[in-house]
Design a protein around this ligand. Structure first.
Ligand code: HPA
Length: 275
């Protein structure tokens, strides 16, 4: 077995010692959005440190545990706190939790994140349905020997964010009167925020928002045949300036502010994802 596959298998074995829970949806919570885990009828929580070999997050505001339970009738596993490439992990470790949750049975991966607005029509506090992504600025999580049981060597990325799930989220947003932008998410490695010149470059490339996560998890999930969807919380306009430098605190504060609408949209959407 290839070492990456072995690592996922070992983590799965550890989880199966604790629970036989089979999730339908895997939900990954972004920076400052951890409170969403309050929306679940909890059956079990598993701190990451209980799973030996599991990559542990070091970022402030990332709790670091799986929360298992139900939203409505839908069985969900929530990743409260993710690991980022900028923390120094191999990209295969960054996507290990995604692969693990799919190996537990999840057929849908719901990605959330905080991002900087690149599209000048966006404003801090906006929510954006991710329609597509640009992942060109980060290494592919699929580099290395391919695991044929997971997916093909050269997977298509023609529709990473599933159209049916996008339609479902849009209709929930409409029903609930929640304003929802749509657009393209671009991932950088971080951890530095973008310079003004970089922001104008990203705009020319077709990005609507920029962040430091998500596209690699989407690629790994898509590779394994899971359906993917995602919502981004625009916490700030990308770039900042000499007068108004960007800070992690600003990002966290705006994520907090947007949390009530964000929670409602994600929870209601997941409830509708019952098969
Ligand atoms: N840039 C990159 N990542 C981010 C930003 C940003 O402006 N805001 C929140 N995450």
């Amino acid at each position: 077995m290839n070492p990456i596959q072995e690592k996922v298998a070992a983590c799965l074995k550890e989880i199966r010692k604790i629970t036989d829970f089979v999730p339908e949806v895997a939900l990954i919570l972004g920076s400052g959005l951890g409170a969403l885990a309050e929306e679940i009828q909890i059956q079990e929580t598993i701190p990451y440190e209980k799973i030996s070999g599991f990559p542990l997050s070091t970022v402030e505001g990332h709790a670091g545990r799986f929360v298992l339970g139900t939203m409505g009738e839908t069985k969900v596993i929530i990743m409260q706190g993710r690991v980022h490439y900028y923390e120094g992990y191999a990209m295969s470790d960054v996507v290990l939790p995604t692969r693990l949750m799919i190996s537990m049975g999840a057929k849908i991966v719901f990605l959330t994140n905080a991002s900087g607005g690149v599209n000048s029509n966006f404003k801090p506090g906006d929510l954006m349905l991710i329609e597509d992504h640009i992942s060109t600025f980060v290494p592919s999580p699929l580099i290395g020997p391919n695991v044929e049981e997971w997916g093909p060597r050269f997977p298509s990325m023609g529709e990473v964010y599933n159209q049916g799930l996008r339609d479902l989220i849009l209709s929930v947003a409409k029903e609930e009167n929640i304003p929802l932008q749509r657009g393209v998410y671009l991932q950088t490695t971080g951890p530095a925020y973008e310079s003004p010149a970089e922001v104008s470059m990203l705009e020319k490339l077709g990005a609507d928002v920029v962040g430091m996560s998500t596209t690699v998890e989407a690629i790994a999930a898509c590779h394994m045949g899971a359906k993917v969807c995602g919502i981004s919380c625009v916490t700030n306009m990308a770039g900042g300036s000499a007068k108004n430098p960007l800070s992690h605190q600003e990002v966290a504060e705006m994520a907090d502010k947007a949390a009530p609408l964000f929670k409602r949209l994600v929870k209601r959407s997941i409830e509708e994802m019952k098969e």
